[in-house]
Design a protein around this ligand. Sequence first.
Ligand code: NAP
Length: 339
Amino acid sequence: MRAAYLIRHGRAEEAFELRDVDVPRCGKHQVLIQVESFGLNFADVMARLGHYRDAPPLPALLGYDVVGRIESVGNAITHLNVGDRVTALTRFGGYAEYALAQGAAAQKIPEDMAPGIAVALATQYCTAYYMAHDIANFQRGDKVLIHAAAGGVGTALVQMALNAGCTIYGTCSSTNKVKYLKAQGVHHTINYMTSDFAEEIERLEGKKKLDTVFDPIGGKSARKGFRLLQAGGKLICYGVSSMNKTRTIFGKLKVLYDFGVYHPVQLLLGAKGITGVNMLKLADENPVKITRSMRGVIKLNVEHKLEPVVGGTFGIEELSKAHAFLESRHSIGKIVVKW
Ligand SMILES: NC(=O)c1ccc[n+]([C@@H]2O[C@H](COP(=O)([O-])OP(=O)(O)OC[C@H]3O[C@@H](n4cnc5c(N)ncnc54)[C@H](OP(=O)(O)O)[C@@H]3O)[C@@H](O)[C@H]2O)c1
């Protein structure tokens, strides 16, 4: 089979090489999928740049989500059969013509579901669903701040918060994305390149008024988000995209320092919470949460209550271009690559 290996950290143009390798063998709890398309996630960009601790060593086969047809099924799997069309979270290995997934992280989808929708539902919508349902537990009227709201996870969170009747503050980095967020129904859009999001929210709402802050940026952004929470509020940290601006160890330490230091008693007295999210860890140690999230988002999509936005479809020969596009901050929604 063909597989697109990351052979070098750095610029997208020089990072990948198509190789012919053996098709992987399916373990007892796994399925083997013949891949139609795979999705890109921001963690792939972090891995390419060498900023992602959990990524496999070079040469590495990246890839967190695929859509395709089941080629073989492990003995322990009962909910899937050969020939089923599925969307799946892969633990790396997605940039290939055949990919393995844990059975718990592969779910059947309608035959006519577009590939971009299917891969968006896997990692990005599952991450958003887990955060919105298991952690934030949205209530009607909640005030929520969603950073990088025009991205893949951001768009998913916006749709889930709107469905729950929340008031949304959505941040992004360009006027084009502001337009997109307004069209998605975001109540208050903030371009955080031209204004300070915390000052803007305090101007509109007053101090300490938010119920949930979703932060994939980290550092100072997370610290400022925590300060905006009212009693009962939660800061959900699920990424450190600001890390990709720095090349030095001191820069990285500065980002970590900028998060701030929090003592449990401080959380207790303020009646606030901070939760970290790592879907790989969940898949390893608590896969039932992944299964529940996947089934949840597929059902809601079939019922037209969640509609992923596909912001770009590329052929395999354009993988570098797709990566550079996601890195550029110009992308909106999901980026998908087809074989
Ligand atoms: N913890 C988990 O298990 C988990 C799972 C999935 C995703 N994530 C995280 O969720 C975030 C969104 O992932 P995604 O795949 O949906 O990507 P995405 O949001 O479609 O793309 C990343 C976006 O991050 C924003 N951004 C902020 N600071 C940035 C910087 N310094 N450099 C580049 N972009 C920056 C950009 O939006 P603006 O230009 O509008 O700022 C960019 O478009 C990422 O941080 C990712 O690591 C975490």
